[in-house]
Every structure is written in structure tokens, then in C-alpha cells.
Design a protein around this ligand. Structure first.
Ligand SMILES: [Zn+2]
Length: 313
């Protein structure tokens, strides 16, 4: 995650154009809308200070439809998404997993219709995040979600994966920790709430770690075949370590120090004992039956779960 530049949109011009060419009903409220835009601007670092007002209820539908249906806003939508994707290579900064193709109203348009077409309030996001974010963004003035236009993210590592390998034949155990090293600033608390509300810990551990381990396994498998041909199979550990380090560093440079994919690699690099054992098991499994080790482990895990359900143990 990283802070990115706001889109190059002239919000007052956009509002004027919508009033004059699409929804004249909005025009008498223009001044009040601009006051609310200014309030947003002044509270960029303290968005929890902004509360909803009833002033715009009579034109709520006009404002919402200006966002949903007007061709004038559609032009801006493309600019906002392109501007964002240029800075993030299309990655959703809300989950760091999906591709960005939708806009999320940081302040929901149902409750804050005046921010329906206000560009700093429109955060590019993936479909899954947009679906799961919901409309509740604060409780007791505590903000749930980070905002990549307004938040200064820590420039140190706080996302850590730790790997251990239990006795032979069982799946690697993975832990995920958020460690801010005693930093209790507002943004670290928002990050923790964001992980909790978006269930990122569970999703990373359940959905992305097995896939990443499987990819690394594929690399080890390919490397092993080449080294056998070259007759230097004892170099496998050093070569895999160098490969993972170089990938980890490239990913951190591109997506930031806390990009989950880079942090998984860093977790493996940090624990050389685990990596060594991981490679050993893949190689010996490869030689025995040629079946993917991770797939094997996942199947075994699944069998245990099924047996638990079947026999109640
Ligand atoms: Zn997302």
C-alpha cells in the first residue's frame, strides 16, 4: 500500500457542467455543495470529523444519477481510473490482490450524496472490495478503512509471514503478523482495523499463501531439473535463495514493503532452515512420485477435514 496522487479533475467545473447540462435541480444547492467540498479538503487528514447532513436529501437522486448515468461524469471516471492504474499497475490498494476497475465512494453516496461526483471521495477499487466494504466506515469516530489519497502509510515493514514445517508429510504452517514495533500512531490503528474489517489476514492465509507456495514449488522443480542436467545439484539451495531475494526486492520496489507477495518471499528467505527443508521435501517428493508436494499436502489436509466431518473427530 502506498499514498498516491489525487486525480487531475477540476471538481468545480464538473459540478458546473452537471448543473448546467444534466441536472438543473442541483444548481440552487451548488454553493452548499462547494462548502462541503471545502470541508473535505480541510479534513483530508481527519476524515472522521466529517458527519452527514440532511441539506441534500431533496436532490439526492439527482446527485446519485449524475454519478451513475451522466456521460459527463463517465469521461471523468475514465480519467480517475487511468490516473490511478498508472500509479499502481492496476492493483487494488484496498486488498493488494484484485484488479482495479470500479470506483468506491469513500463516504457512501446514500448518506453523503454531495460527494457523489467529488473526485477525492472516489477511490478506485476491485469489484470484490467494493462489494465487501459496505457503507459503515466509522464507529465512534474510528475509521475502518485506509484511504490511499489521504493516508501516509508507514515506510517500514509491518507485515510478516512466518513459516514452519511440522513433521514430514504435513502441510507447512504459516502465521501472519502485523508488527508495528511500538508505533501506536493513528494510521497503524487504521491499518489494523482495515485488515480486520476486510478479513485480509484470513484471505491471505487461506487463499493466497497456498498458491504462492505452489508457484515457488514449480520454480524449485524447474531449477532442480536444470541442475541435474548440469550436474551441479548441490547448488539448489543457493540458487533458489538468490532467485527469491531478487524477486522479493523487485516486488517491494514496485508495490511497497508490505506487499503480501513480497512478504511471503521475505518470510521464506528469513527462515533459511524452513526453506532448506521445503526444498528437500519437494526434491524427494519429485523423485518419488512426480506429484506436486503442496497439492499433496493440501489433499492430505482436506482428507483430515473430511474425516473429521464424517466421523466427528
Ligand atoms: Zn481489492
Amino acid at each position: 500500500m502506498k499514498k498516491i496522487n489525487k486525480p487531475p479533475i477540476d471538481d468545480l467545473q464538473l459540478l458546473n457542467d452537471i448543473c448546467s447540462s444534466y441536472r438543473p435541480n442541483i444548481d440552487p444547492y451548488k454553493h452548499n455543495i462547494i462548502v462541503r467540498y471545502n470541508l473535505y479538503e480541510q479534513n483530508f487528514r481527519n476524515l472522521e470529523n466529517i458527519t452527514s447532513v440532511e441539506t441534500f436529501l431533496p436532490i439526492r437522486k439527482d446527485l446519485e444519477e449524475s454519478y451513475e448515468r451522466s456521460s459527463r461524469f463517465n469521461e471523468e471516471r475514465k480519467i480517475i481510473l487511468n490516473h490511478y492504474n498508472e500509479q499502481t499497475s492496476g492493483l487494488c490498494l484496498h486488498c493488494m490482490m484484485g484488479k482495479t476497475h470500479q470506483l468506491d465512494h469513500f463516504f457512501p453516496k446514500s448518506e453523503f450524496p454531495e460527494y457523489s461526483i467529488y473526485s477525492p471521495n472516489l477511490i478506485p477499487i476491485c469489484g470484490d472490495c467494493n462489494h465487501k466494504k459496505g457503507t459503515v466506515i466509522f464507529t465512534d469516530s474510528e475509521r475502518f478503512f485506509w484511504n490511499c489519497y489521504h493516508d501516509d502509510f508507514p515506510d517500514y515493514r509491518f507485515l510478516f509471514f512466518n513459516f514452519t514445517l511440522p513433521p514430514s508429510g504435513t502441510q507447512p504452517k504459516v502465521e501472519l503478523n502485523l508488527n508495528f514495533g511500538g508505533d501506536t500512531s493513528e494510521i497503524t490503528q487504521i491499518i489494523q482495523r482495515h485488515f480486520e474489517k476486510r478479513r485480509l489476514k484470513e484471505i491471505y492465509l487461506r487463499d493466497v499463501v497456498p498458491g504462492e507456495l505452489s508457484m515457488i514449488e514449480g520454480k524449485i522443480h524447474e531449477c532442480w531439473k536444470e541442475l541435474l542436467l548440469l550436474g551441479i545439484k548441490d547448488k539448489i539451495f543457493d540458487i533458489i535463495m538468490v532467485t527469491l531475494k531478487s524477486e522479493c526486492s523487485a516486488l517491494m520496489n514496485k508495490y511497497g514493503k508490505n506487499y503480501w507477495k513480497a512478504c511471503i518471499l521475505e518470510g521464506m528467505i528469513r527462515n533459511a532452515e524452513f526453506l532448506n527443508e521445503f526444498i528437500e521435501r519437494i526434491i524427494s517428493n519429485d523423485e518419488k512420485n512426480g506429484k506436486k508436494c503442496i497439492a499433496n499436502w493440501l489433499e492430505q489436509e482436506q482428507t483430515i477435514i473430511n474425516d473429521k466431518e464424517k466421523y466427528g473427530w
